[in-house]
Design a protein. Structure first.
Length: 329
């Protein structure tokens, strides 16, 4: 498990030159505070492209549908954005996508074009879930929204033209943490059988004290201060304490046996490096299957910030290759 003992760390690893040049052009970033969450959301809505249904349809290759499905008990319906290959004669694989945003921002459309880029060569559908955000909806609201959407998707696989035996969780950052939590929930509740979990720089540990979190504390992007804000929004005063659920922070799980095959990747200059490497190691120690990539000089979200960089194209290619091997079995 990630350490809670102070560790002596050196300076942060140097950035990949291509990715570092892009980041330098984006600076400076103001520190993230709880008070800044509304401004973060407003800025994302203004500056982060949100693909339209027509764009997601990709010239008619996909059929795009918005669904409202039953949420957790006593909670509102959950929105799903369903993108299915047009004219598929047989049930297709599906990627169930949980978006990033530090648990405090983002929508089901975020980076959905990138997920479709992974899905389309495989003839796969994509189902992206619109979960409620913290702090307005603390744990367990967000993960229960995602789980309700997952259960509905698996239960309506025939209607959607999806092969329920080839259903893969996909998420980046906070979405990666939610995907890991969904795998734990599905195992522990006897929920949908999952083919795999694709965890990109997943946000797994609320304790905010791992060696890489300490090492990258002064860097931009998602650093220790931002991590404190995100986890506190989700967990309140419980953050970092002894009673945090593994369905909120999967690094807290004591037992990682019996999980679907995992792909975990992260940059060497990402705050989440230590918790992500540790998570893959603990899956192996439990007798499970995991593939781990640590991209040299990658910061948090490097592949989205600098998609043309060599390590970004290599990271995307590794994810695509893993999915193909997984779904071709």
């Amino acid at each position: 498990m990630t350490t809670t003992t102070p560790v002596s760390v050196g300076p942060p690893p140097p950035y990949d030159p291509e990715c570092g040049a892009v980041l330098a052009a984006m600076l400076p970033f103001p520190p993230l505070t709880a008070e800044a969450i509304p401004f973060l959301r407003a800025g994302a809505a203004e500056f982060v492209p949100q693909p339209t249904n027509d764009e997601l349809a990709r010239g008619g290759r996909y059929v795009v549908e918005e669904r409202a499905v039953p949420g957790p008990d006593g909670a509102p319906d959950v929105g799903l954005l369903v993108c299915r290959p047009a004219g598929a004669a047989q049930p297709v694989p599906a990627l169930y996508s949980t978006h990033g945003g530090g648990m405090i921002s983002g929508t089901a459309r975020d980076a959905l074009g990138d997920i479709l880029d992974l899905a389309e060569p495989l003839g796969a559908a994509v189902v992206s879930v619109e979960y409620r955000l913290a702090p307005e909806t603390p744990h367990p609201g967000p993960v229960e929204d995602c789980y309700a959407g997952l259960v509905w998707t698996a239960g309506h696989a025939a209607e959607l033209g999806i092969d329920p035996e080839r259903l893969v969780l996909v998420g980046s950052s906070a979405g990666g943490g939610l995907a890991a939590a969904l795998a734990l929930l599905a195992r522990d509740r006897g929920g949908p059988a999952l083919a795999g979990q694709l965890l990109m720089c997943p946000m797994l540990d609320d304790r905010n004290d791992s060696p890489s979190v300490v090492q990258m504390a002064g860097l931009p992007m998602w650093n220790r201060q931002a991590n404190h804000v995100g986890w506190t929004a989700l967990l309140g005063d419980a953050r970092g304490g002894p009673d945090v659920s593994p369905y909120a922070a999967p690094a807290r799980a004591e037992d990682l046996a019996g999980l679907p095959p995992a792909f975990v990747d992260v940059g060497s200059a990402d705050s989440f490096r230590s918790e992500d490497v540790d998570y893959a190691e603990r899956i192996w120690l439990a007798g499970g299957v995991a593939e781990l990539h640590v991209w040299p000089g990658g910061y948090h979200g490097f592949d989205a910030a600098a998609p043309q960089a060599a390590i970004s194209t290599a990271a995307v290619a590794a994810r695509a290759a893993w999915l193909r091997r997984l779904l071709d079995r």
